[in-house]
Design a protein. Structure first.
Length: 203
């Protein structure tokens, strides 16, 4: 089964499955990611959430700044996009992170939570995230990372994700190198425990 079909089939139960991942493995990285995003969100900015899933981040952001934000959600999976239909005044793109239908340097802030590791061509996806971000804009990324985790539950969750086939565990150094190859200004890794990494990139 392709990852696309796999995600389509888990869409109805995704929030429950993902909550378990956050509880036992990725929670600290998610908090670091959300903290970075909320610090950068301002009314009237253009924001794109790549691999938006069921729109959880979008709901939190609109609660924070109201609808005075130009928010676009992108996902390859229509089953996920259809779960965001309750969010008013947003744009939706049914597309992939590797081929984002956008002009260059369009967005002030690009977010990508737990989706980079699901892309077939991660290098191309990273180049796309950088291409569509305005000079001096930011990209916030959180992803499953191939890093040592001490806790038993973290290791068990990692095994579960690998067996389910819903994502890879990316080498953080390789992701950072790929971002540097795209000539970004700076990359900050927000410290967190667990098999995950949060990056804040200044383009
Ligand atoms: C683990 S979920 C993360 C969802 C959401 N960002 C969150 O934090 O809950 C991964 C999402 O990425 C989407 N996805 C998978 N491959 C993708 C690709 N190549 N481009 C864009 N989205 C993709 C899936 O359909 C799914 O919605």
């Amino acid at each position: 089964m392709t990852i696309h079909k796999l995600y389509g089939s888990i869409a109805p139960n995704y929030d429950k499955l993902h909550a378990r991942w956050l509880k036992y493995a990725g929670g600290e990285a998610q908090c670091a990611f959300e903290g970075a995003v909320y610090a950068l969100v301002k009314p009237s900015i253009k924001l794109l959430d790549v691999g938006c899933g069921t729109g959880t981040l979008a709901r939190k952001i609109t609660k924070l700044v109201g609808s005075d934000i130009d928010l676009t959600l992108l996902d390859t999976c229509s089953e996920f996009l259809s779960r965001t239909l309750d969010i008013p005044n947003i744009h939706r793109l049914h597309s992939s992170a590797e081929f984002i239908p956008s002009t260059d340097q369009k967005y002030d802030l690009v977010t990508c939570a737990w989706a980079l590791e699901t892309t077939r061509n991660t290098t191309k996806a990273i180049a796309e995230l950088v291409r569509i971000t305005k000079p001096d804009g930011h990209i916030c990324i959180v992803f499953c990372a191939d890093k040592c985790c001490s806790g038993l539950t973290g290791r068990a969750m990692r095994t579960a994700v690998s067996l389910r086939g819903t994502g890879k565990f990316l080498d953080p150094e390789l992701v950072i190198k790929t971002l540097h190859d795209c000539a970004v200004k700076s990359i900050r890794q927000v410290p967190c425990n667990g098999p995950a990494v949060t990056l804040v990139v200044n383009v």
